[in-house]
Ligand binder design. Structure first.
Ligand code: IPD
Ligand code: CA
Ligand code: CA
Length: 570
């Protein structure tokens, strides 16, 4: 799935072309009413002086494609997502029209905008090291005497493999974003650019029949040897160099990707291209545009419970994946930190950032629902639905640089869990289910195992303060593992890598989502006596939970009963 949600914006850096005075005035007025800072920068200024890594920042470019490309140069290295407003004439990159700018920004603030990642490329040759988002062109230099040779010869290699000799006007190596430029006019394929991480090599007016447009993975090392003098242009001249004969140019996908903000004010890619290039083949009304705008328009206060839970699943998947980004980034930092105090600061920051993203998305999409999050004050809703959120389950693991932590987002109707999403940022595993339906990991349905003998089973233990569960079951089974994330334990039970799991005390946010997923996969969930498990909403808020694949449950219950004294609780 692409298009993560853009949830919080506290600051806007606006990069403006000289003709953007009017839009700037309306932007400043709009922002001051919403308590958002605006820093305006012109094309010959860097954003360094106004950049502050603290607040969540949106980069806004107002101008044509040139301004957008300048924005990419300044915002991408700082990880700032960019929204392009078109104040130029034929803009492929900046898609929002000036008249729609404020409405598009409103959409960003409401958490409805998404962010696509765009592949960029890196060009390296003697004396030039440049990054581009569109293309690099290596072309023949027109001879002074028109009777002299007008073509150039380029030998091209991809990851060391010889692709062939391109004899003709040269080649364009383009990104998917740049596929609608020179490479399109040279007969190259058009790529839908969102989250498309490839590069293509396109011959320009080639004389060799044996070379065709070639698409390669973005991490391919493309090596071009110019057998004669040639000119090199990156992004239409943003960087350029004259190449002497036998120069070697290396092009590969850049490790940094541009983050481009999409709102419902962007035209669909193919429609925009058809209208801008005057192809006249597509009409707004004959595409699925209406469907798209309904999807993105204000949520209908839905009456049908299944529809609510289904829509909640989609929103929760997006929110969980979005929250995963800062978690991954902070997890990387925690691994580098030696001092305990600093680590706990990072963990607090992780909890809060993930919580902010998830709750903003829920509040925007389901304003009448309640939210019970481990990391926030309870927010009461006016409907029967309550979201139960643990933005970071497995804090202990996270703080030690262990990858087993998760984001857990459940939805209750009354006190009944009806939808669950658990996301594991480090492995990109996304578990989800709606009660009454199937459980999934990504797009693949998952089910529990069917083992019924303890001796064949693998168990997971959660909070087990005296080690009783571990001690008592370890010798009886193939093993007892303690993962450190209750939500993840339930998902591993659901996907069959464990046959049972146990926790002495869980909070609703630890298990609400996992319960829906595990049950949908076939799990049975009770207390230690075999009575139905209930989420604990009292002051203490923790209940014991015994989960199994179903067939193993009787053996687990019997063994727990036998060992009641050993377990030492009740
Ligand atoms: C904890 C983890 C742990 C479980 C505890 C939870 P946290 O949540 O899920 O595996 O045994 O009961 O409190 O504190 O990491 O969010
Ligand atoms: Ca937890
Ligand atoms: Ca937590």
């Amino acid at each position: 799935m692409h298009g993560r949600r853009l949830a919080t914006t506290e600051r806007i850096i606006a990069l403006l072309s000289p003709s953007a005075e009017e839009p700037l005035e309306s932007l400043e007025e709009w922002a001051s009413k919403r308590d958002i800072e605006v820093a305006a920068v012109t094309l010959d200024e860097d954003v360094e002086d106004v950049y502050d890594p603290g607040p969540s920042t949106l980069g806004l470019t107002v101008g044509g494609d040139g301004t957008f490309l300048e924005g990419i140069k300044r915002f991408t290295p700082r990880g700032i997502p960019q929204l392009g407003v078109n104040a130029g004439t034929l803009s492929f990159l900046a898609q929002v029209e000036v008249d729609d700018m404020l409405s598009a920004l409103d959409e960003v603030l409401r958490g409805r905008a998404t962010v696509d990642s765009r592949q960029m490329l890196e060009v390296d040759t003697n004396g030039l090291d440049a990054t581009g988002i569109n293309d690099v062109m290596i072309e023949n230099v027109p001879p002074e005497n028109p009777f002299d040779r007008k073509v150039t010869r380029l030998d091209v290699f991809a990851d060391g493999e010889y692709i062939g000799q391109y004899e003709g006007n040269g080649i364009a190596v383009s990104t998917p974003t740049g596929s609608t430029g020179i490479s399109l006019s040279a007969g190259g394929p058009v790529h839908l650019p969102a989250d498309n991480h490839t590069l293509q090599i396109i011959p320009l007016n080639t004389h060799s029949l044996g070379v065709r447009p070639l698409v390669v993975a973005a991490d391919t090392e493309i090596e071009v040897v110019a057998r004669e003098q040639a000119s090199l242009l990156v992004d239409g001249g943003r960087a350029q160099k004259m190449l002497a004969g036998d120069s070697v140019v290396r092009v590969t996908g850049a490790s940094e990707r541009a983050h481009v903000v999409q709102t419902s004010y962007d035209e669909q890619f193919m429609t925009a291209m058809a209208s801008k290039l005057g192809w006249g083949l597509r009409d707004e009304s004959d595409g699925p545009r209406e469907l798209l705008s309904t999807e993105r328009s204000s949520p209908d206060p839905t009456t049908d419970a299944t529809t609510t839970a289904e829509r909640a699943r989609q929103v929760a998947c997006e929110a969980a994946e979005s929250a995963g980004e800062p978690l991954r980034e902070l997890h990387g930092r925690v691994e580098d930190v030696t001092f305990k105090t600093d680590k706990s600061d990072i963990v607090t920051e992780a909890d809060q950032q993930a919580n902010r993203i998830i709750t903003t998305v829920i509040e925007n999409e389901f304003p009448d629902h309640g939210i019970l999050s481990e990391e926030a004050e309870y927010r009461e809703g006016s409907s029967s639905y309550t979201w139960v959120v643990d933005p970071l389950d497995g804090t202990g693991n996270f703080a030690h640089g262990n990858p087993q932590y998760s984001v857990s987002i459940g939805l209750l109707d009354g006190e009944e869990p009806v939808m669950g999403v658990v996301y594991v940022p480090e492995t990109d595993e996304l578990f989800h289910a709606v009660a009454g339906g199937d459980a999934y990991q990504g797009d693949t349905p998952i089910t529990t195992t069917d083992r019924e003998e303890l001796a064949e089973s693998m168990l997971l233990s959660g909070w087990d303060p005296n080690g009783d569960f571990l001690t008592h079951f370890y010798g009886e089974t193939r093993g007892v593992r303690a993962l450190g994330s209750a939500a993840l334990s339930l998902c591993y039970l659901a996907s069959g890598s464990a046959d049972g799991s146990w926790e002495y005390g869980t909070y609703p946010w630890d298990v609400a989502a996992g319960i829906v997923i595990a049950r949908a996969a076939g799990a049975r969930i009770t207390d230690r006596h075999g009575d139905p498990y209930e989420l604990a909403f009292d002051d203490d808020g923790r209940n014991e939970i015994l989960c199994s694949n179903g067939p193993l449950h009787p053996a687990l219950l019997a063994h727990l009963q036998e060992s009641e004294e050993l377990v030492g609780t009740d």
